[in-house]
Design a protein around this ligand. Structure first.
Ligand code: NAD
Ligand code: DAU
Length: 349
């Protein structure tokens, strides 16, 4: 069936994997990738699909209400998969307003445009909002986030994502907007901007730079390979139930320090260094303010209802990830020159 789907934030980390999957798997769909190309957006991530017939790139800002309205008039979208966001917790601590504008105001602009376009003709339409497990707050040593867990966001980033989730549900409830939301745990894999833990540490090890571990390093995250997230989004987009929430996770919890030690071990092997070389770079630094202790997702609803499961074991995914960054040093060098150096100095000095 022909469909025109808007994917926002498609030049970013997760968005680029979602765009690639949809463009290749659904040749009958027209995929429009809308991205502002902030520091985190990079068209290099999509070189392999950029000349495909069913793919169109539009550079634009979701905060620009009239631009978004015109875009919906131009393409008459059947569906939206909304990933565009400011996504880094540390940046949200320094500059919360940018997160409110993009993550909250930008989402509401998209909802308004979709509502006006689909009014009275909602059949077959869908607004898919891609969100995060951070909206649930922080866990103690036990327990898991369920779809029914109360929201308790702790950082400006997670508060802005929680707010956008609430708006999506409010539009479903008030205006009958067809929607689905997924809340996912930490992603890792190719094309992630090196402000996030794994690509930052891979790049630092490659350059013999210290590895800044926040606090005592005993914070826990649940890691999922990014392609598995994209596959889950495809499943939920096509088979998920209207007005439902699906948690997505890796069934794969690690404390930061244990994860970093495995990374160091694999990096030593990949770079043919003596075992223990990378680990010497570990440096404990000041903690992130308000640092969430533990996230852990119960993804059994998605598993039982839609038959989705992560396809990769963690150590295999990590080895693939390391191999990608080492084979794509130019990609890394291009984005870590210029502004990145200023960001790094401010964040870590
Ligand atoms: P990212 O920062 O790598 O990419 C975000 C993309 O959005 C970039 O291409 C950027 O240019 C674009 N963008 C930012 N502001 C925009 C604006 N105003 N208008 C248009 N485009 C804009 O982020 P990511 O890690 O790929 O995350 C994508 C989505 O998934 C986000 O909504 C994030 O909250 C969510 N998420 C991320 C993770 C994770 O581990 N990275 C986990 C769960 C959920
Ligand atoms: O849980 C999903 C979320 O995962 C997404 O919604 C966010 O967009 C994504 O950025 C990620 O948030 P985190 O804050 O968990 O990811 P980050 O890579 O920034 O940090 C992972 C852990 O590593 C966290 O406990 C903080 C720690 N850390 C991070 C950096 C950048 C360090 O110890 N040192 C660092 O330099």
């Amino acid at each position: 069936m022909n469909k025109t789907i808007l994917i926002t934030g498609g030049a970013g980390f997760i968005g680029s994997h979602v765009v690639r999957l949809f463009v290749n798997k659904y040749p009958d769909y027209k995929i429009v990738n809308l991205d502002k190309l902030t520091y985190a957006g990079n068209l290099e991530n999509l070189r392999d699909v950029e000349n495909t017939d069913n793919y169109i790139f539009e550079k634009g800002d979701i905060v620009d209400e009239s631009y978004i309205k015109d875009l919906f008039t131009k393409y008459k979208f059947d569906g939206v998969i909304h990933l565009a966001a400011e996504s880094h917790v540390d940046r949200s601590i320094t500059n919360p307003m940018e997160f409110i504008m993009t993550n909250v105001v930008g989402t509401v602009n998209l909802l308004n445009a979709a509502k006006n376009q689909w009014k009275g003709n909602e059949d077959g339409k869908l607004f898919y909002h891609v969100s995060t497990d951070e909206v649930y707050g922080s866990l103690g040593d036990t327990g898991f986030f369920l779809e029914t867990t109360s929201y308790d966001p702790q950082s400006p980033y997670s508060s802005s994502k929680a707010s956008s989730d609430h708006f999506v549900r409010a539009y479903g409830n008030t205006y009958g907007m067809p929607y689905v939301i997924s809340n996912c745990s930490n992603n890792y894999g190719p094309n992630q901007f090196p402000e996030k833990l794994l690509p930052l540490f891979i790049n630092n090890i490659r350059n013999g730079k210290s590895l800044p571990v926040y606090g005592d390093g005993k914070f826990t995250r649940d890691w999922l390979y990014v392609v598995d997230h994209a596959i889950a989004i495809d499943k939920i987009y096509h088979e998920g139930r209207n007005a439902e929430t699906y948690n997505i996770g890796g069934f794969n919890e690690w404390t930061n320090i244990d994860l970093i030690k495995i990374l160091c071990k694999q990096m030593d092997i990949a770079l043919c260094k003596e075992e223990g070389t990378a680990q010497q770079l570990i440096t404990y630094v000041k903690d992130r303010p308000g640092h969430d202790k533990r996230y852990a997702i119960d993804a059994n609803k998605l598993k039982n209802e839609l038959g989705w499961e992560p396809s990769l074991q963690f150590e295999e995914g990590l080895a693939k990830t390391i191999a990608w960054y080492l084979e794509n040093e130019k990609w890394m060098d291009n984005i870590t020159s210029g502004d990145y150096q200023n960001y790094y100095k401010k964040q870590y000095s």
